[in-house]
Unconditional design. Structure first.
Length: 199
């Protein structure tokens, strides 16, 4: 783990190499989020073939401990490489939540994280929404209510948004995004999300 200790002027490697053997397979995708709800980033590893999930909790000093929390109820959900895992605050709590999206169908699953564990809410949503491997899913507060929403962007720049109501229920937005068509319209352009314009 490498910590940024002085606002970008210095980076320090702390605590050596940790978690050897944890999610030790190319079938596992690493995901970062505040899964413990303590305002520091934790590590989730998810097996894209089985849906199996494990979490390593960060104590706030970059020391990680494998969590004993039960995540077995996530096994089998989105269990193929066609499903892409995404992290965001979909439920409005202090805990990072999980979204799974199937590239070929657009089908989307929201799994909320509570202190008691993970809960799949509202079934499979948005079937047909950005239903192509040409669309890349992006998470951000696009609808301005403080919780994470879903954007899908095609290689030709075509963009659509689905707004989250704060409980994990997603509705396709009627917001006009046609002015984005053609901008960065090739695979050589990579979209990135951030608050670049301020509050």
């Amino acid at each position: 783990m490498i910590l940024n200790t002085t606002q970008g002027n210095s980076f320090d490697w702390v605590l050596g190499t940790q978690l050897s053997g944890f999610g030790a397979s190319t079938a596992y995708d690493p995901l970062i989020g505040d899964f413990g709800g303590d305002a520091t980033a934790d590590l989730m590893v998810r097996n894209r073939q089985t849906g199996h999930v494990r979490i390593a909790s960060n104590d706030g000093t970059a020391s990680f401990t494998i969590s004993s929390g039960n995540t077995s109820n996530l096994d089998g959900i989105g269990a193929s490489a066609d499903w892409k895992p995404l992290v965001g605050n979909f439920g409005g709590s202090a805990h990072a939540d999980l979204m799974l999206r199937q590239s070929s169908t657009g089908g989307t699953v929201v799994i909320l994280n509570t202190a008691q564990g993970f809960t799949w809410v509202y079934g499979t949503q948005l079937s047909g929404f950005g239903a192509s491997t040409e669309y890349e899913p992006l998470i951000g507060n696009w609808c301005g209510d403080g919780t994470a929403d879903l954007m899908v962007r095609r290689l030709d720049g075509h963009t659509r948004i689905a707004c989250n109501d704060g409980t994990g229920s997603l509705t396709i937005s009627s917001a006009e995004t046609s002015n984005l068509n053609g901008i960065g319209a090739s695979a050589d352009w990579k979209p990135r999300v951030g608050n670049f314009g301020g509050p």
